[in-house]
Design a protein around this ligand. Structure first.
Ligand code: MSP
Length: 520
């Protein structure tokens, strides 16, 4: 079997509850996975949890729990969250699992044996909150460390370091010669700017057990645990390795062609963790002798009403509340349509409601509803003879959506689908089938219009599948089609045969006129 298209999200810290930002990253990755599936590719989509480190140890201690019990409790609710988002993920990694720990330890051992690490004494500042060492360079103009670092303490400590200096030059050359390695381009430039203007400092990959016990022990020195980022980044390779990926030999199960995933095709991450993914991770892979991932796709951050989301000010968006009230496809639609992958976004309840009513209820919902209602009313739901009146326009739109989707331009794909929806709605208004239905001499013309409408709805259903999978299936069901519209090849005009019996329409996005508790 050939290699699957392998996608990952960042793995979330388990020290809190899921919010809009976590949901966004997963929805983007899910839509990209489904785009590839619609092109007929097999995919493997990995998401999961980052469970080690100081933050988790501290949160568990504060609740009087041991860290593993604390993680187990929270992991259960994160898994429910992932299910509520309706993701097509194939696996859910937890960094406390044996299958992950074993690979991390093998990787550490290999790099240790090959001389990539050294032990040294560190004297300086440390931010426990960010689990990172700081230098004088990290002080702001006022001489203080950024509040982001929380309490900064002075430390004198022996640790293991990863020699990064020798990797700086090849990494610059690699990123320069692989224009799609980091996207969007301005993020790529940010990495190149950093690599070209600063000397890479060696990375501390250990923490003493005496200070932090909640981590994976270093296989060559049990007095230390692994730095949480070294541990976490390895998840992208540990799961394929544990399945026997032939591209990661010696790290997990015996090679199995069925498990061919590496290299990852796309790591979807937020802008705050770019350096870890575009600098440390490639160096870790290169040192271990593994291939580079093909792409690091960096998305922006969501705010709510123009401000950072924060529990203390109460301006958070709880994805589950939105999904329970409006449905998961309405939530996915807003995220993907409102924000392109890259820039920062701003959630407003007003904006969400406006898109829901104009684009989902009135635009898409109304088109499907009117088309099927008329087919049922005037032709008892039986599809008339094929007609090619809108074929050129629908086919052109479909081709454009496929091109946009192929290059992961999710927002632009949706915009193009909605242009098509507007065009077909306009066709109803222009041809006025409800008037023709009153005149028996116009029966042939009415047949042409009805075919054009239901066939356009069918193609729209296919194009929507990666973005709004539930709605897409409902459109097919209402059209009386038994297959799932999961392949773009179904978007070819003429799929509905004459005589096919469609079903009665049911509202896809019920109108909600009353202000709800989320109305601002
Ligand atoms: N555990 C690390 C990632 C390790 S990956 C090997 C981590 N976890 S996190 O829970 O803090 O963040 C997980 C992802 O959510 C990151 O990609 C982050 O950028 C993203 N987001 C967190 N808040 C966000 C928003 N407000 N908006 C969009 N995405 C945001 O970092």
């Amino acid at each position: 079997m050939s290699k699957k298209y392998y996608l990952t999200t960042a793995i979330d810290y388990v020290n809190g509850h899921p919010h809009l930002g976590h949901a966004y990253e997963k929805v983007v990755t899910d839509a990209i996975a489904r785009v590839h599936q619609s092109f007929g590719e097999s995919t493997f989509f990995l998401t999961g949890l980052d469970e080690h480190g100081q933050k988790v140890q501290k949160a568990a201690t504060e609740q009087g729990l041991n860290p593993q019990d604390y993680c187990d409790d929270l992991a259960a609710s994160w898994k429910v969250f992932v299910d509520q988002l309706g993701l097509c993920h194939d696996d859910f990694v937890r960094t406390t699992q044996d299958r992950h720990r074993e690979v991390v330890q093998k990787l550490l051992m290999r790099l240790h044996e090959e001389g990539h690490f050294y032990k040294a004494t560190y004297q300086g500042y440390y931010s426990a909150k960010q689990e990172t060492f700081l230098t004088e360079k990290d002080r702001g103009e006022d001489g203080a460390f950024d509040p982001l670092y929380g309490e900064v303490v002075e430390l004198l400590e022996d640790n293991y370091y990863f020699k990064l200096g020798r990797h700086q030059q090849w990494l610059i050359e690699y990123i320069e010669s692989h224009p799609d390695f980091v996207t969007p381009e301005y993020r790529r430039n940010e990495v190149l700017g950093f690599l070209k203007n600063q000397t890479l400092e060696d990375l501390c990959i250990s923490r003493p057990q005496s200070r932090l016990s909640w981590g994976i022990p270093l296989p060559f020195d049990p007095d230390y645990v692994t730095y949480v980022w070294f541990d976490a980044l390895t998840n992208y390779a540990s799961i394929p390795a544990s399945m026997g990926d032939p591209a990661l030999p010696g790290f997990g199960k015996a090679p199995d062609k069925e498990a061919a995933l590496w290299p990852a095709d796309i790591h979807v991450i937020g802008k705050d963790i770019l350096k870890f993914h575009a600098v440390y991770w490639p160096i870790m892979l290169k040192a271990a002798g593994f291939a580079m991932p093909r792409q690091i796709c960096v998305h922006g951050w969501w705010q709510k009403d123009g401000q950072k989301m924060s529990k203390s000010t109460g301006n958070v968006v709880d994805p589950i509340e939105v999904i329970e009230e409006w449905g998961v496809d309405a939530f996915r639609y807003y995220l993907l349509r409102e924000l392109d992958i890259g820039p920062d976004g701003n959630w407003t309840d007003k904006g969400f409601h406006a898109r829901y009513s104009a684009e989902l209820a009135n635009g898409l919902g109304n088109l499907i509803n009117r088309s099927l209602a008329m087919l049922n009313r005037y032709r008892s739901g039986v599809v008339p003879a094929p007609c090619d009146e809108l074929k050129p326009e629908v086919s052109e739109a479909a081709d454009e959506v496929l091109d946009l989707a192929r290059s992961h331009r999710l927002q632009a794909s949706l915009r193009r689908i909605w242009e098509l929806i507007a065009r077909v709605n306009q066709f109803i208004d222009q041809t006025a089938p409800f008037k023709l239905a009153k005149d028996p001499s116009q029966s042939d013309r009415l047949d042409e219009i009805l075919y054009t409408l239901v066939e356009s709805c069918r193609v729209i259903g296919v194009l929507l599948h990666p973005f709004l999978p539930i709605t897409s299936k409902k459109i097919y069901e209402q059209l009386g089609l038994e297959v799932v519209p999961h392949l773009f090849e179904y978007a070819t005009w003429g799929g509905l045969p004459q005589g096919h019996q469609a079903c009665a329409p049911e509202p896809l996005f019920p109108r909600k006129d009353l202000p709800t508790k989320q109305e601002s």
